[in-house]
Design a protein around this ligand. Structure first.
Ligand SMILES: N[C@@H](CCC(=O)NCCCC(=O)O)C(=O)O
Length: 257
C-alpha cells in the first residue's frame, strides 16, 4: 500500500551514495542536491533512503512511496554480474551497491514506477537481463567522448524516438545533454526499448514496454546543475505519469465499489 500524502503529491524514494569511514572521518551517505530538488520542483515529495542490506526494512520503506528514483554514481562491480573486473572500472562502495540491488529487485517485483539515472539505469538493465559495455573507449572506439574528467558539465547531442517520454520532452531540434559515463548499455533487458541514442549509437535512454510497469531510464543527467529547461520536463513527466496511474487505480476502485 503506497502512501497518500496529504497534498496528493506523489512520494518519491531516492537512493543515495555511500563513502566508507576512514581513520579521520566517519562514513557518509550523500547525493547531489539536484536529484531531490528536481523531484520537488516537479511536484513530488522526495524521501532520501540510506543504503541498507536489509530487504525487509527496504520493503517497508517501499510500502510508503508512490515511485522511486535510482541515482547515478560510480561503477557497478562487473563481478556481481559474472563478468571480469576491467582496469577502467572504479566500483561504487559495496554498501551502496548491495542496497541498490535489493532496491531494484523489490521495485521490479512490485512494479513500482521508476526513474533510473546513470548508474541507476545501468543497474536496472543488468538486473532485468541486459548487459553493459564496461568501457566505451575500448568497446565502442568510434564513440564520441561521454566523459570529461575536467568538465562535469560535458555534453553531447541526443537523438530521440518521437513516441516516447523523452521524445515528448525534447521534441524536434538539436538536443544536448549532460554526460558523465564510461560504461553504457549493450543489450537492452527484455521488456524495455531504446528511446534515445547519442549520434554515435550509444544508448542514452530506455523505457519499459510493459503495460504494468512505468519505467524511464536515462544515461544522461537531467538533474545536473547545467540541466536545460527541457531536462527538467523529464521529472515532470515522471511525476505526471505516477499521478495518472494513481488516478486510474482510484477510478477502477470506484467502479468495483
Ligand atoms: N559510473 C557509471 C555510471 C555513470 C554515472 O552514473 N555517472 C554519474 C556520476 C556522477 C554522479 O555520481 O551523479 C559509468 O561511468 O558508466
Amino acid at each position: 500500500m503506497s502512501s497518500e500524502s496529504n497534498s496528493g503529491k506523489p512520494v518519491i524514494g531516492i537512493n543515495c551514495d555511500f563513502k566508507a569511514a576512514d581513520r579521520n572521518k566517519p562514513g557518509f551517505a550523500y547525493l547531489a542536491a539536484g536529484y531531490f530538488q528536481s523531484i520537488h520542483a516537479a511536484g513530488g515529495i522526495p524521501i532520501v533512503i540510506p543504503p541498507m542490506d536489509d530487504a525487509d526494512s527496504l520493503g517497508k520503506i517501499l510500502d510508503q512511496v508512490d515511485g522511486f528514483m535510482m541515482i547515478g554514481g560510480a561503477d557497478l562491480d562487473p563481478r556481481n554480474d559474472g563478468f571480469m573486473l576491467h582496469s577502467s572500472v572504479r566500483p561504487m562502495d559495496p554498501v551502496r551497491e548491495t542496497s541498490d540491488r535489493l532496491l531494484v529487485a523489490e521495485i521490479a517485483e512490485r512494479r513500482l514506477p521508476l526513474l533510473a539515472i546513470g548508474a541507476g539505469m545501468q543497474l536496472l538493465n543488468v538486473q532485468q537481463g541486459g548487459n553493459l559495455f564496461l568501457h566505451i573507449k575500448e568497446d565502442l572506439p568510434s564513440a564520441v567522448p561521454h566523459l570529461d574528467p575536467h568538465d562535469p558539465n560535458h555534453r553531447h547531442t541526443l537523438e530521440v524516438e518521437g513516441d516516447s517520454l523523452v521524445g515528448r520532452v525534447f521534441g524536434d531540434g538539436e538536443i544536448r545533454v549532460s554526460s558523465r559515463h564510461h560504461m553504457a548499455i549493450d543489450e537492452v533487458a527484455p521488456g524495455f526499448r531504446v528511446t534515445a541514442r547519442c549520434p554515435d549509437g550509444v544508448i542514452e535512454a530506455i523505457e519499459s514496454e510493459m503495460m504494468d510497469w512505468f519505467v524511464v531510464g536515462t544515461q544522461f543527467h537531467p538533474e545536473c546543475a547545467a540541466a536545460s529547461a527541457l531536462d527538467v520536463r523529464i521529472f515532470e513527466e515522471f511525476i505526471e505519469g505516477i499521478c495518472a496511474a494513481k488516478e486510474q487505480v482510484a477510478k477502477d476502485l470506484r467502479l468495483v465499489a
